[in-house]
Design a protein around this ligand. Structure first.
Ligand code: HEM
Length: 365
């Protein structure tokens, strides 16, 4: 149904529908005849979260639409970066908002907590849409009492959550975009072969420097060499053929080709054409980090408020939330990339034709 446009000049309260917004705080404690002062804060903080979730979804949908195109022009990439930047700023607010709710003491919370059963933030559909649109898969989730996360939803909400699982997620789209990066092979230049050679040279130099260091005792040399071998083992995994999901460990992982592209973008980020892709990957890692920080902060708050009690939604409470913060991650590969950086001085030099294609050139008329 289309909203009626009121007659006369636009009025602030009508524009923002303040009547509806400001009459949407219904305290369960008051309905039970025992109004608890802090329930107003509890409701408003949750509503503010849901409004911000709505804004994040609005931005995320626009980013997803841009990435669905078979190729992404520079201006669309720039726009997507700005929108993701906005999401990061909103997330900072969301993390800070926990402080506001924590001005409520656990005893004040107990004044109305029992009225909330069995409702819980676990039923926040917008939060699940966000997770799904970012790329969380059903199979990667912790289960609550052996049931799907949708089991606590109303039917209409189940349909919304399931529809979001069927769409390509940001993870899928970014992975596809990375895999299409043209710079991995360019004429005779094979990035992966050159990078591997540079890594082997760097590791050999590290071993040599330790062995010939006159200030180290034999024992110290042994320890430091073991450190280099541990690094070498991590690189060996990277250079091994594509691993299966089970071998790659929990959570989502990029295909080998997408991972190579992400590494190339980070290592050669000084090349003008890679500035925007580098920013994009950095912001995605920020989005992921902020999500995890919020989850950890929320788990601490739950521990502070309810201790080791179960949650109103029936989970083990803070313990469940801590495990979810650990496990519910999507862009893990991006944060792990730093282990594979090598110093600029050791980076293979790009052939001149590749460099010139990567640069922005201004040609005077
Ligand atoms: C007194 C403050 C709060 C406490 C004690 C608390 C506690 C909990 C607990 C124990 C759970 C696990 C599910 C359950 O058994 O209910 C949960 C889930 C959740 N809560 Fe809160 N919560 C609080 C405030 C908030 C706020 C302000 C939000 C903002 C929207 C929120 C959003 C969520 C979400 C999205 C989940 C699902 C998390 C997941 O499954 O990974 N909670 N909460």
């Amino acid at each position: 149904m289309k909203d009626e446009k009121p007659d006369g000049p636009l009025y602030y309260a009508d524009y923002l529908q303040l009547d509806r917004l400001l009459s949407s705080q219904r305290m369960e404690s008051a309905l039970h005849g025992r109004p608890a002062h802090d329930e107003m804060l509890f409701i408003i903080v949750h509503q503010a979260y849901e409004l911000w979730f709505k804004q994040i979804l609005w931005e995320l949908d626009a980013v997803l639409a841009a990435f669905r195109a078979p190729s992404i022009p520079e201006d669309a990439l720039g726009q997507a970066i700005l929108r993701l930047d906005r999401i990061v700023e909103i997330q900072r607010l969301l993390i800070q908002q926990v402080d506001v709710l924590e001005t409520m003491t656990p005893l004040d919370f107990l004044d109305f907590r029992d009225y909330l059963f069995p409702a819980s933030g676990f039923q926040s559909v917008q939060f699940r849409l966000l997770e799904n649109k970012l790329g969380m898969r059903r199979g990667d989730r912790l289960q609550l009492q052996d049931a799907a996360y949708t089991s606590r939803f109303r039917e209409t909400d189940v349909a919304r959550a399931e529809a979001s699982e069927r769409e390509p997620s940001l993870f899928d789209l970014v992975e596809g975009w990375l895999a299409r990066t043209p710079f991995l092979h360019f004429g005779d230049f094979d990035f992966w072969r050159e990078y591997r050679h540079a890594v082997e040279t760097m590791l050999a130099a590290d071993r040599g420097a330790i062995r010939t260091n006159p200030t180290l005792t034999e024992d110290e040399k042994k320890k430091q060499l073991a450190g280099v071998e541990a690094t070498a083992a991590r690189f060996a995994d990277l250079f091994a053929p594509e691993t299966s999901e089970a071998e790659a460990g929990p959570g989502r992982h990029f295909s080998r080709r997408a991972l190579q592209a992400a590494l190339l973008i980070n290592l050669y980020r000084d090349e003008p054409i890679l500035h925007a892709p580098f920013r994009l990957l950095a912001i995605l890692a920020d989005v992921e980090r902020n999500f995890t920080t919020w989850r950890q902060r929320h788990a601490q708050m739950a521990m502070r408020m309810i201790g080791t009690r179960i949650g109103t939604g029936g989970s083990s409470g803070a313990e469940y939330l801590e495990r979810a913060a650990e496990r519910h991650r999507v862009f893990t590969d991006l944060s792990a990339l730093a282990s594979f950086y090598i110093p600029r001085s050791a980076l293979p030099k790009l052939p001149p034709d590749v460099r010139s294609r990567m640069g922005f050139r201004f040609e005077a008329p």
